[in-house]
Design a protein around this ligand. Sequence first.
Ligand code: F6R
Length: 625
Amino acid sequence: MCGIVGYVGPQNALDVVLEGLRRLEYRGYDSAGVAVLAGGGQATAKKAGKLANLEKDLADSPLPESTIGIGHTRWATHGGPTDRNAHPHVSADGRVAVIHNGIIENFAALRAECEAAGVEFTSETDTEVAAHLLARVYDETPPGPGRLAEAMRTVSRRLEGAFTLVASHADEPDTLVASRRNSPLVVGVGEAADGTPEYFLGSDVAAFIAHTREARELGQDQVVEIDRHRGLTVTDFAGTAVEPHAYTVDWDAEAAEKGGYDWFMLKEIAEQPRAVADTLLGRIGQGGELVLDEVRLSDQDLRDIDKVFVVACGTAYHAGLIAKYAIEHWTRIPVEVEVASEFRYRDPVLDRSTLVVVISQSGETMDTLMALRHAKEQKARVLAICNANGSTIPRESDAVLYTHAGPEVAVASTKGFLTQLIACYLVGLFLAQVRGIKYADEVATIVDDLRRLPEAVAEVLTRMEPVRELGRSLAGAGTILFLGRHVAFPVALEGALKLKELAYIHAEGFAAGELKHGPIALIDQGTPVVVVVPSPRARESVHGKVVSNIQEVRARGARTIVIAEEGDEDVVPYADHVIRVPRTPTLMAPVVTTVPLQVLACEIADTRGYDVDQPRNLAKSVTVE
Ligand code: F6R
């Protein structure tokens, strides 16, 4: 999703802004641009494609030195990914430069208004309207300190939809202003080598983490003014001063680097044992009981819950599907799982005794955020499972359980997913503990199982060479099917999603029991079918039924790739390839069975020559609908 960077300080702004944009590349984008204030005017450069294209242009025609600048990576929504549509957009009088993340929903009416006043538009974007409006409103705003911020507040009140806007004006060479509604923005506050204060704006902290870890969180419907001399001022859209929440980022720049791996995704897959361990850290008491201090819901609130909804998008939704098996089994509370984009437009039946668990790695996914608000309007309690500290979703939730995965840079979620699973197990078990459904020793036994997971994941990772080899042999496949049953069904969905998004191969995940109701017709001679086998200890004869499914697809010509736990010999006669995972408790098996599927998708994509970290058309954080 669009990346935003702004800088005010003693360093050369262009260098700082370009470096920030590089760190935001992981969000996914298709054009990039920068603007600096110099010589009494705006100097801009923008280019479709990767940042490298823009940097090449800048090497040929450099922008003047400046100490104030903005930069943007754009993920096209209104208007294709062209040079013209790239941000920044400059007002007709050339004085204002604007960058934007989000969608201005009433842009057509505002554009008509500007055109009626004689403004000629040069792009197809919704953003350009903000540049023209801001220039016009600025001219109508009384001169004096804070004039640009006042103009930004006036404009913001007129905009509908989602936006983070950052703007500079040629008449205010020491000021940047930004405005935020339903779209993320963080301010970094640092000190340059010479002791001069410097300020950064970013869509997330990765934009400025190399310079400072001191951050200020901008709330909903707020405007920030950064003035070189007067410092930082935050107000709401009406102009009332607001004290921004200050926090220190607990990542460092090194954590956001590749650390010697070819891809961020590989690094993040390798980090999973640590990420799983960190997500458990500090949450287990002396007696093996769970201590979830951050869950700011009282025990009585938790005892009153009679229904749970889990709401999320994409991979996080798959974590939710697995959560259902665990929460229902451990607590006997009914659980519904739904994609946020559906939930938010339905009339789900919720009340004060409903717990809505929203899961989001980024904490900024628009549909999940809107689902959260939809749930809160109906008085449901909302618990967020989130990785990004200080992001919008946890801030607006009643309670939060952070996954301590560290920064996830690759667009495809890996450690984010595994840690979401851990957090879901913690929520389910905590509910069972608080409600007294499980005895303390039962809780402690399950907690012991959870504690063994980091080691189990580490063990899976030591066995990945044959999986990589298999991946190379599958790189030419036209379609790959994934089957699973019980908790292995969402794992099959996740395996198919990873393959689609990274390798651009048609892939589908099915509940193995549905095979004969249609999907089996897809099996052709040589069709690769990945079967995730549930534990032989899973409910009733689920395991045996999946073994039968392997036989059935093989009898119709499929090449069978079977993920099964150690010692499961039943699968051997029907498997062309067996990928072994350590024996794990039934409900926790997804934590180990997902890992080979991540590695497989990564290797197939790499063999096909694709950018594993930034797959085409995708964005890390989907902050628009
Ligand atoms: C897939 C993937 C996406 C995200 C989804 C939700 O690998 O990463 O499907 O899981 O966009 O994102 P968050 O968790 O940030 O809300």
